[in-house]
Design a protein around this ligand. Structure first.
Ligand SMILES: C[S@@+](CC[C@H](N)C(=O)[O-])C[C@H]1O[C@@H](n2cnc3c(N)ncnc32)[C@H](O)[C@@H]1O
Length: 207
C-alpha cells in the first residue's frame, strides 16, 4: 500500500485541478495511502491512450482516479470501486461535476460487471497480494487493454523479492501467460507493473 502517497504530492508544483481537489479531501480525512505522484503521472499518460473505458480498484479518496480523469480524452468513461463506504462517499463528491466518472461502493470484483477496460489500474483488490485471488486480465481487459499495478519495491536481482522472499504477487503478473508485462521503476523505492494482453495464437501480437 502507498504509505505516504498523499503527502508525497507536495513535491509536484503544478497539479491538475481535480488532483488538487482529491488531495484536499484525502488530507481532510487523514487518508495517507493515495497513489504516489510518480504513479499519478504514469497513469495520467496511459489514460490518454484509452479509447472508451477506464477502471480502477480501490478508489481511496480519489487521487489516482483524478490523475486518470485528468489524462482521459473527452468521451472516455471511468469506473472506480471502493469497498469502504465513507471513502467511496467522499470520493464520489470529488467527481460530482464529472459525469464521465463513477465511484461505486463495492468489492473490487464488481469491476467484472463493468468491463472490459482499455486501461485498468488495480490499487485495492485484484493484485493477488496476500490471500486474495488475483484478477483475471482476460475477462477484464479489452484486446488492446493495459493493466497497471503499483506499490512494488524495486528489487535488484531475479526473482524479485518482498521481505526477503520471492515476491509471488509480482511474479504472478510478470510471468502471466496471457500477458506481456514489464516492471517500471518510478522512484528509487517504487515500481509498477504495466501489462498488455498477448494476442490470439498466430496473430502478430502473439510473440
Ligand atoms: C492504496 S489505497 C487506494 C488509493 C487510491 N487508488 C489513490 O490513488 O488515491 C487502497 C484502497 O483500496 C480499498 N480496497 C482494499 N481492498 C478492496 C477490495 N477488495 N475492494 C474494493 N476496495 C478495496 C481500500 O479501502 C483503500 O481505500
Amino acid at each position: 500500500m502507498s504509505t505516504h502517497g498523499t503527502a508525497a504530492h507536495h513535491r509536484l508544483p503544478d497539479l491538475p485541478p481535480l488532483v488538487r481537489r482529491a488531495l484536499e479531501v484525502a488530507r481532510a480525512h487523514g487518508f495517507e495511502h493515495s497513489c504516489h505522484p510518480e504513479q499519478g503521472l504514469l497513469i495520467r499518460a496511459l489514460a490518454g491512450g484509452a479509447a472508451g473505458l477506464i477502471g480502477e480498484s480501490g478508489t481511496g479518496c480519489g487521487v489516482g482516479l483524478a490523475w486518470l480523469a485528468s489524462g482521459a480524452a473527452p468521451g472516455v468513461r471511468l469506473v472506480s470501486v471502493e469497498r469502504d463506504p465513507a471513502r467511496a462517499a467522499v470520493a464520489a463528491e470529488v467527481f460530482a461535476d464529472q459525469p464521465q466518472v463513477r465511484v461505486l461502493c463495492a468489492d473490487w470484483t464488481e469491476l467484472y460487471e463493468h468491463g472490459p477496460f482499455d486501461l485498468l489500474v488495480l490499487d485495492g483488490g485484484g493484485q493477488g497480494k496476500g490471500i486474495e485471488p488475483p484478477a483475471d486480465p482476460a475477462r477484464l481487459l479489452s484486446p488492446q487493454g493495459t493493466l497497471v499495478m503499483d506499490d512494488f519495491t524495486p528489487s535488484p536481482g531475479w526473482p524479485p523479492l518482498h521481505e526477503g522472499r520471492p515476491d509471488t504477487a509480482r511474479l504472478h503478473w510478470l510471468e502471466h501467460p496471457a500477458l506481456r508485462a514489464v516492471e517500471v521503476r518510478l522512484a528509487p523505492d517504487l515500481s509498477s507493473v504495466v501489462a498488455t494482453l498477448r494476442g490470439q495464437a498466430g496473430s502478430a501480437r502473439d510473440t
